[in-house]
Write a protein that binds this ligand. Structure first.
Ligand SMILES: NC(=O)c1ccc[n+]([C@@H]2O[C@H](COP(=O)([O-])OP(=O)(O)OC[C@H]3O[C@@H](n4cnc5c(N)ncnc54)[C@H](OP(=O)(O)O)[C@@H]3O)[C@@H](O)[C@H]2O)c1
Length: 309
């Protein structure tokens, strides 16, 4: 099918594009710059110029497609709430074009939305609502609004750590902080966990959701239900050759700044339902293995890194 794809130029999008093309799909990627357009052409995709804030550009892209994947997001965390509302409007605009058709629409969200549940979050967990909900619930609320109009929309929830040896979600920020502070820290006993998925496994899940997803489904792109923060701190400590230390929750807020509330949280997530429904089996290596392989000196990839094995 011809897939209109926002976010096709990003970290995750750049892995989804070849996954789709190799499976026989055509990709019409959204690009907001000349550099983005060139990278899409080099990857074998077609280009649609536009911006997530230019809703007409999104409507036109969706109108030219047999299906839509929306993975663009403005990652300026100083304007997080505003950017989540931009995401809501983008999803509503894309969805409006698909009303009255059976064309699949994949929306991106996260597994950590509900916070610390005391158990792994599952696909059945509704996104939280109310004043304390994190702003990104806007993406799932918009998907639900679009679904209510009969659109075949499904949500892919990503864990905070989509990884290869170049980038690892929030862990990438922790590495930068560790480099700056000269110690690799975890909170308390460090047994709290973050879920993870390798970039290529996540890319395959997007394709399967596009091809076989059910209306209203939520899919968890989770390969590892939870990796202990202490294990993450230890591998980073070895990589940067700095001491590994435990911080109290209070000290952690100071040490980690805006990441403080997350670093002490236990946020495991399950993908059992997703694996059964889409016959998706993660096969790539885990987060710790990628962190072991990372080149901490240059911050760049070991030669083998971006290559699919
Ligand atoms: N990486 C993770 O571990 C992780 C974890 C949980 C959820 N997610 C979610 O997964 C999705 C993809 O993340 P990613 O890691 O691939 O992010 P990324 O590398 O920052 O890529 C973001 C994508 O959005 C596009 N974009 C940003 N602002 C835009 C705008 N104003 N108009 C049009 N496009 C715009 C970027 O285009 P340019 O190339 O032009 O910048 C790029 O294609 C996002 O929704 C993200 O929040 C990621």
């Amino acid at each position: 099918m011809r897939v209109f794809f926002t976010g096709a130029t990003g970290f995750i999008g750049s892995a989804i594009v070849p996954e789709l093309i190799n499976a026989g799909h055509q990709v019409l990627g959204l690009a907001r710059s000349e550099a983005g357009a060139k990278s899409l052409i080099a990857a074998g995709a077609q280009v649609h110029r536009g911006d997530v804030e230019d809703l007409e550009s999104l409507r036109k892209g969706a109108a030219m497609s047999d299906g839509v994947i929306h993975a663009a997001f403005i990652h300026d965390f100083s304007k997080y709430k505003e950017n989540c509302e931009i995401d809501r409007r983008a999803i509503e605009a894309l969805g409006a074009v698909l009303v009255g058709s059976d064309r699949p629409f994949i929306v991106t969200s996260g597994t950590g939305m509900a916070g610390d549940l005391g158990r792994p979050s599952t696909e059945a967990d509704d996104p939280p609502s109310g004043p304390n909900a994190i702003p990104r619930v806007a993406s799932e609320e918009a998907a639900a609004a679009v679904a209510a109009h009969g659109v075949r929309v499904s949500v892919v929830r990503l864990p905070q750590q989509v990884h290869d040896t170049r980038k690892q979600g929030l862990v990438t920020y922790i590495i930068a902080m560790t480099r700056e502070k000269g110690v690799s820290a975890y909170v308390g006993d460090g047994k709290n966990r973050w879920p993870a998925v390798h970039l290529f496994d996540a890319a395959r899940l997007y394709r399967l959701a596009l091809e076989n997803g059910s209306a209203g489904a939520r899919y968890h792109a989770v390969a590892e239900e939870g990796v202990a923060l202490r294990d993450i701190a230890e591998v980073i400590g070895r990589g940067l050759n700095v001491p590994v230390v435990s911080k109290s929750p209070k000290e952690a807020m100071e040490h980690f700044g805006w990441l403080g509330p997350f670093v002490g949280s236990d946020l495991p997530a399950s993908s059992a339902q997703t694996q059964a429904q889409l016959d998706w089996r993660p096969t790539e290596r885990g987060l710790i293995a990628d962190l072991e392989e990372m080149n901490y000196q240059s911050g760049t990839v070991a030669a083998s890194a971006a290559r699919r094995t």
